[in-house]
Write a protein that binds this ligand. Structure first.
Ligand code: NI
Length: 186
């Protein structure tokens, strides 16, 4: 397994619509394992493949609070087939929107259909935190982000700050690279 780099706002790849997986092959299984390790390492409770720059409809979720309580869900081509009218509010965050949390209203309960690691179609009902996480992750597959639920003013403020951070990181990375290439005699 490997820890994959997580892309963050304003990376335009986060706005891509992910494509369906046609077969659960070794490559997909490896991606699921790598995504799970990446999510645990971050740490986070949900991760969509597009967050590691793979535009495929693949999600991993684990709302277990401790290592002993771990119960990973591997969702391939997931879809919400039913959602309650009743809503609930959670203070959400996202590994692709670092250091920002805000309240988002979503359906309190959902039924999810997906393909599992063996290639079989499965369905499950989710409520509470799990319902929120699943809806948050499925939104990523459509190129959405939880900050899209906020007011334009709040969203623009977050994107502006993260754009500055990204520029700073780029400059820092360039400065790190230069002495190394000199050493290599490039
Ligand atoms: Ni997210």
């Amino acid at each position: 397994m490997a820890i994959l780099p997580i892309i963050t706002v304003p990376d335009p790849r986060l706005r891509k619509v992910s494509t369906l997986v046609d077969s659960v092959d070794a490559e997909v299984l490896k991606l699921l394992d790598d995504m799970l390790e990446t999510m645990y390492d971050a740490p986070g409770i949900g991760l969509a493949a597009i967050q590691v720059a793979v535009p495929k409809r693949i999600v991993v979720v684990d709302t277990g609070k401790t290592e002993e309580a771990r119960a990973p869900l591997f969702l391939i081509n997931p879809e919400v087939v039913w959602a309650s009218e009743e809503l609930s509010v959670y203070n959400e965050g996202c590994l692709s929107v670092p250091d920002y949390y805000d309240d988002v209203k979503r359906s309190a309960r959902v039924r999810v259909r997906h393909i599992d690691r063996a290639g079989a179609v499965q369905e499950f009902d989710a409520d509470g935190l799990l319902a929120t996480v699943v809806q948050h992750e499925l939104e990523h597959l459509e190129g959405g982000l939880f900050i899209d639920h906020l007011s334009r003013l709040k969203r623009e403020r977050v994107v502006k700050r993260l754009t500055k951070v990204a520029r700073y990181d780029e400059i820092a990375a360039q400065n790190r690279v230069e002495p190394a290439s000199e050493e290599a005699g490039a």
